[in-house]
Design a protein around this ligand. Structure first.
Ligand code: GSH
Length: 106
C-alpha cells in the first residue's frame, strides 16, 4: 500500500501543511488506498513533506506525487479540461504556490 508521509492532524485540519493536504486529496481523488504516516521532516529527501513511498519508489513534492499518480495509475486530474483550461489552471496553481503562499506566510 502507498505510504503518505505527513505532519499529522493539527489546528482542526487534516494537516497544517497545504501541500500535505494536497497529497491526501490527490490519493483520494485517484481512488488509491494509502496510509498516512507521521514522518520526521528532517529525514525527507528534500527536507519537506509530503513524500510518498510507493513500492520501491520514494517521491517527494506534491507536484511530483501528482505526476507519479498520473503516470503509474493513469489517472487524469484534468479530465474534461481543454488545453487552454489546463494552462490557466497550471498558471494559477503555480502562482498561488510559489508566490501568494509566501505572502500569506509572512
Ligand atoms: N513544493 C513542495 C512544498 C512542500 C513544503 O513546502 N512543505 C513544507 C510544509 S508546508 C515543509 O515541509 N517545510 C519544511 C521546512 O521548510 O523545513 C510540495 O509541493 O510538496
Amino acid at each position: 500500500m502507498i505510504q503518505l508521509q505527513v505532519y499529522g492532524a493539527d489546528f482542526g485540519l487534516p494537516d497544517p501543511s497545504p501541500f500535505v493536504a494536497r497529497g491526501h486529496m490527490l490519493l483520494k481523488l485517484a481512488g488509491l488506498e494509502y496510509e498516512a504516516v507521521r514522518a520526521d521532516v528532517r529525514k525527507a529527501p528534500k527536507g519537506k513533506l509530503p513524500v510518498i513511498i510507493d513500492e520501491r519508489e520514494t517521491i517527494p513534492d506534491s507536484t511530483f506525487i501528482r505526476f507519479h499518480i498520473e503516470k503509474k495509475y493513469g489517472f487524469d486530474f484534468d479530465a474534461g479540461l481543454k488545453d487552454v483550461q489546463k494552462a490557466i489552471a497550471w498558471t494559477i496553481e503555480k502562482m498561488c504556490e510559489d508566490h501568494l503562499y509566501w505572502i500569506a506566510m509572512h
